[in-house]
Each structure stands twice: as C-alpha cells, then as structure tokens.
Ligand binder design. Structure first.
Ligand code: AMP
Ligand code: FE
Ligand code: FE
Ligand code: ZN
Length: 277
C-alpha cells in the first residue's frame, strides 16, 4: 500500500512522527510520505526509523498558497535520503515565521473580543507548527466554542470574527521553487479549490501551473469521489503531469479517516520512480 499524504503532530495531526511510521508499517504501507504543513520535522525525525521498519519514507511537505482570492494547498516531494535541499528548507522556515506572526495577530483579535487565550497555551499543544486547528482545540477546551466547527465558523475561520489572513507564497511561486529545488509539486485535493462544477477551469489552472513548474496532480484523495479521481487522472494524463495520492490522515483531528484509507495504484509510484524517486 502507498500513502503519500498524511500529517503528524508536528503540524495539525495528532500522532507523533514515530507513531505514524509504526502505524504505517503495521498497516502494510510500503511507501509513505509525511506531508506536514510548513515543516520537515516529522521526516527528519523518522527517516532512519522508517527504513528500519521496511517503510520507504518520501520527504514531503504541504504548503498553503495564494491563488486569486483563495488558499490552495500544494504538496512538494523530494527524492533521496536527504530530502529537500537546505535552500528550500530555509524558504519554508520563512513561511513558518509568517505563520507565527499571523498567530500573534489572531491572539490579539481574540483577546480584543474578550476571549482569554494566550499564544503559549496554543503553542503548548502543537509541534513545530502551530495552526488554527490548535487554536480551535484550545477555544473548545476553555469553553469559548462548543466544538471545533463552532470555533472556525464563529471565530477563526474565513468568515469568523477574529479571522486573520496569512500571506503565503503564490501557487506559481511555490511550484517553481519546488521544481528549482529538484522536487515534484502536486496540486493537492483539487476538488477543494472549488472549481469542481467547472471542470474546464480546473484544467485551465493545471495547464497554467504546469508552465510555472507544476509536476503532478493529487488524483487520489479522501475528498474525491471515484468520478472525480477519474476526472483528475484524465486531466493529468492530458497535460502530461504525474499523479499522486493519499489519505490526508490527521489522526484524531480527522476522526474516522484511517492511514492508507485511499487506494493509490502502483502506477503513481512508477511515475515518481521515472523522475528519480
Ligand atoms: P492554518 O494553516 O493555521 O491557517 O490552518 C488551516 C487548517 O485549519 C486547514 O488545513 C484545516 O485543517 C483547518 N481548517 C480550516 N478551515 C476549517 C474549518 N472551517 N473547519 C475545520 N477545520 C478547518
Ligand atoms: Fe491539515
Ligand atoms: Fe490540504
Ligand atoms: Zn493535508
């Protein structure tokens, strides 16, 4: 089995990187990529351990990028045991710093609304990356929201009263950085871009991004119906792009979604092998 999209507690999952690779081995996954948001900490901490368990661990990351007025996720995969090169890691560290700045502003806004919450409290429950899911958990635990959805809807989500926008790279910029760094970028869960009712817009975006260095499309994902996966496979083949796929497992932060839950065909790995993985 193959799973090229999952998260550990270094970003917004709940498993430690160590527990995740052990779960992968126990689940019969032979090739895994940890794609935490904005950090390689999980990969770095487990690359040796995974090898010992017979799990091939591919260095990966998921970046939140700007495209028009939307936030679109882009996956990056890097071949070889060292994974992403130092210059790319430095660039990602800059993205992480802008996230910390956003988090400070988010705390200020929440405090301004009379909500008692500190950055230290939120950072304490996260790993290398502190994201809004951690804010949601603290808001619920302190009784400021009834559940995580309520926290996003009323407070920290795009329509929420305390929402703070985070300035990330554009999709084109991120795709070209990944390509320059010897990696493969993949347009994550394309259904979530919101153009799924207008397939021609999806295809046009993929074609446009290919010019910036996009290498792949995430065809197989837990948010995709079989019909959508078929559509994205067709688009990828039409444009000569590689395919990737995975569950987007987040542990307890996405209850009911198992690691390896999304079948990913071997052809995905064969495609990656053909470009040096
Ligand atoms: P951040 O990168 O810190 O801005 O947080 C983004 C993450 O928050 C996304 O990857 C989702 O996991 C989660 N998220 C965003 N919007 C919502 C929502 N409305 N409900 C639940 N989770 C959300
Ligand atoms: Fe996530
Ligand atoms: Fe994502
Ligand atoms: Zn993800």
């Amino acid at each position: 089995m193959i799973d090229l999209h999952c998260h550990t507690r270094e970003s917004d999952g709940t498993d430690t990187p160590h527990a995740l690779v052990e779960l992968a081995a126990a689940s019969g996954i032979s090739t895994l990529s940890i794609t935490d948001h904005d950090t390689f900490a999980g990969y770095d901490a487990t690359v040796a351990h995974a090898a010992g368990l017979g799990v091939e661990l591919i260095c990966g990351v998921e970046l939140s990028c700007r495209h028009e007025e939307k936030t679109v996720h882009l996956l990056g995969y890097f071949p070889g045991p060292a994974g992403a090169p130092a210059a790319f890691r430095d660039w990602v560290a800059g993205i992480l710093a802008s996230r910390t700045e956003r988090n400070r502003k988010l705390i200020e806004k929440l405090n301004g609304m009379g909500i008692d919450i500190t950055l230290e409290e939120v950072q304490a429950i996260g790993g290398s990356v502190t994201g809004r899911p951690h804010f949601a958990n603290v808001l619920v635990a302190k009784g400021h929201a009834t559940d995580r959805n309520d926290a996003f809807r009323r407070l920290i989500g795009e329509e929420g009263a305390a929402f703070v926008e985070r300035i990330g790279p554009t999709l084109a910029e991120a795709a070209s950085r990944i390509q320059e760094s010897g990696g493969v970028s993949s347009l994550a869960h394309p259904v979530r871009i919101g153009y799924f009712r207008e397939p021609e817009k999806e295809l046009a975006l993929m074609a446009e991004l290919r010019e910036s260095g996009l290498s792949a499309v995430e065809v197989y994902h837990s948010d995709h119906t079989a019909a959508l996966s078929e559509r994205y496979l067709e688009f990828a083949q039409l444009l000569g792009l590689l395919q990737t796929g995975g569950s987007d497992y987040h542990g307890g932060n996405k209850p009911g979604l198992r690691l390896g839950a999304v079948p990913v065909p071997n052809s995905v790995l064969e495609g990656l092998r053909s470009v040096g993985f």
